[in-house]
Write a protein that binds this ligand. Sequence first.
Ligand code: NAD
Ligand code: UGA
Length: 467
Amino acid sequence: MTYQIKNICCIGAGYVGGPTMAVIANYCPNIQVNVVDIDPVRIKNWNSKDLSRLPVYEKGLKEIIRKCRDINLHFSIDINKHISKADMIFISVNTPIKIKGFGAGQASDLKWVESSARQISKFAKGKTIVVEKSTLPVKTASLIKQILEIDNTNEENKVFHVLSNPEFLAEGTAINDLQNPDRVLIGGSDKEAIKALVNIYTNWVPSTKILTTDLWSSELSKLIANAFLAQRISSINSISALCEMTGADVKDVSSAIGMDKRIGQFFLNPGPGFGGSCFKKDILNLVYICNHYGLKEVAQYWEKVIEINHWQQKRISKIFVEKLFGTITEKRIAIFGFAFKANTNDTRESPSISICKDLLEEGARISIYDPKVTRKQIGINLNMLESRSLSNESNGSWTFSKSTHEAAENADAILVLTEWEEFKDLDFKNISKIMRKPSWIFDTRSIINVEEAKLYGINVWNLGKGN
Ligand code: NAD
Ligand code: UGA
């Protein structure tokens, strides 16, 4: 039989659930889409009249919310009600690394997935297609299926089909990635269920870009895509250190190798290491799975990608201190950028967090400016109260700045950690006047105008560029 999808429920109104469902609602006006969450504050913000309060900042998102919300896109905490009305349910909850118990530090914590599956099992009615949207370890679909069938005894015509449909969007470009995906991947065993999901995507995605496969290949492909992307970053970051030693320029090396079609030009930008909620956790999970299957060498190979990432961050902190005469105690440091990448307010696993913590540990007084990250978020990430002023503390301290100018005032050095557009065009004439001498700028993203900084007497250190 062909499934008619008229009502979708998405469990999890986070970075993935919110934007993904907004795009589905936008392209499928005949489908009612309900995004539910256990977090009432998140849901309140998704429903806020003031669209600047949406929990996720993504270009193009506000416009879709304005158009579809309360028409065929709804945000609610009434999870059970919306599960029971849905023909198709996406599980889009968080799947962080376990912090205790078996597999702590590597395996995914599936407790949120399990509780979603239990709730679906209890409240779903009739035939329901359950779609894994969260990134999950290979074989999770069979666990979900087992849980879904627990409560099946009471109602005879309850039927579940489980599909895997991992999400490949990147933050900062989420709406564009969802509207023009490189591919949509759907794994499953029931042809009609797969067809129902394919039919949703064909409303805007060319069918040549929709790949269908079995459940395990689909689940594993998501982990592997992230592992390969992260591996490229660790590769180029490892070479950035070699360039600094040899006098080569990593940007030129990256352009030269990227022009080879077989290597490709994307994802070869050196930087302070990858951040974001997923690369590290997904590779750790891959390592865990490999060890589980006794593939020690494979596990060690992928573990190195994370090790290099950590090493790169420590390396930057160390060079920074060394260049500032070996001590930064009580020195004023301006941090430009706290988000893990540009165009997002997300700070999860941001390299800025570990680098700022290193500098604080060394006794620096840091003033942090990021165009999108709030003062509250920075405090949470640094696990330290903001200082009222930068001058009274002998230990490390931090304050929040509202502009690059404010952050750079009286600073000994600026450290550029996120590649925000506005850092590409800094007013060095003015900045040089308000900084202490000798002034330094450390560019970990290779985005500043080096010639201009030098012209105004600022010393420049560029990641991956030998002298
Ligand atoms: P998130 O933390 O932003 O959102 C998850 C949401 O799920 C939270 O709001 C949480 O309150 C809610 N939730 C948890 N348990 C629930 C339950 N039982 N019922 C209802 N709501 C519940 O996470 P995210 O970034 O959206 O990631 C979700 C999944 O998608 C993860 O598996 C992640 O690996 C994957 N993913 C994330 C990205 C990304 O860019 N963030 C991209 C691709 C895939
Ligand atoms: C990444 C993947 O790109 C998405 O396909 C995937 O869906 C997502 O993870 C996920 O599963 O969560 P995201 O983490 O949002 O997306 O952002 P990326 O653009 O991949 O950047 C990740 C990190 O790598 C950032 O810290 C970024 O600054 C860094 N990066 C990226 C580099 O240092 N160099 C590059 O060339 C590219």
